[in-house]
Design a protein around this ligand. Sequence first.
Ligand SMILES: N[C@@H](CCC(=O)N[C@@H](CS)C(=O)NCC(=O)O)C(=O)O
Length: 294
Amino acid sequence: MTYDLFIGDRLFSSWSLRGWLMLEKFGLPYRSHMVGLYSGTMAQDMAALAPARLVPALRLPDGMVVGESLAMAETLAERHPQAELWPADPAERATARWLCAEMVAGFASLRGECAMQLKHCWDRFTPSAETLSDLQRIEALWAHARSVSGSESGPLFGSYSLADVFYTPVAARIVGYKLPVSNASLAYCNMLLSDTSVRQWRAMGLTVAYDPLPYPQDLPASPWPIGSPSRAKATETGPSVNALCPYSGEPVTHYLELDGQVWGFCNATCRDKTVSDPEAWPQFQTMVDTVNDS
Ligand SMILES: N[C@@H](CCC(=O)N[C@@H](CS)C(=O)NCC(=O)O)C(=O)O
């Protein structure tokens, strides 16, 4: 039983990120398919999914297609009650649904002014009064969630839930545009973005070269604050310390250099996603630590 998830982009598509997190974070089996959100082939790539026309879209194992993130979330939660996509407590669950629904329907100014981007932080961005008002509303909703759940930090309802999924791209906007929020809200944003899955999503996104970069700003940029800037770089040739790829176990053909050592991978994508953020990949880290600790 495998779901087919259709996404458009990793660095810039906030809705694709939500669709992916609702499968990835709850351990549900899926294959992802990239449609041409920025290359002009989106309508053609999604023709077989009609009338779904936006990303994300989800094809269920029986072939049924679900468009719209909230419908996907409800469908997955109903099909996998043991995965607890929604909080188990009825009051918390109702509140989580409210937060997700308000996210889908609201915050037009924040969404319009601060397009999600995971590449770097824009410095000196000046939010409009409407965006500041959206931020106040978001912080009020987060505070309400915490008053219902009694959870003062970490996921809004104690355990990671769809509410955290739906607000992860909001966290990326807050961090990516250095928007003014309380220390507690900023800590929540950093927690969401430090998640290994989110770091892996971003690392995969960074392997794509954009020309031109979507949603440019005439502002200085500074490094993304989660994790340290990668010290790894792709290199053409081995030999590598390892003979087999840490992800597939296949013989290595592509290489990177990190701290004076060369490591190998079985394809360019796995090499490049590791170059983007070596610390995001436990299999790679385990291999490096095992070799260097022995
Ligand atoms: N309400 C939709 C929004 C999905 C959405 O707007 N996706 C964007 C990408 S982030 C998209 O497909 N844009 C393509 C277009 O508008 O043609 C949902 O909840 O899934």
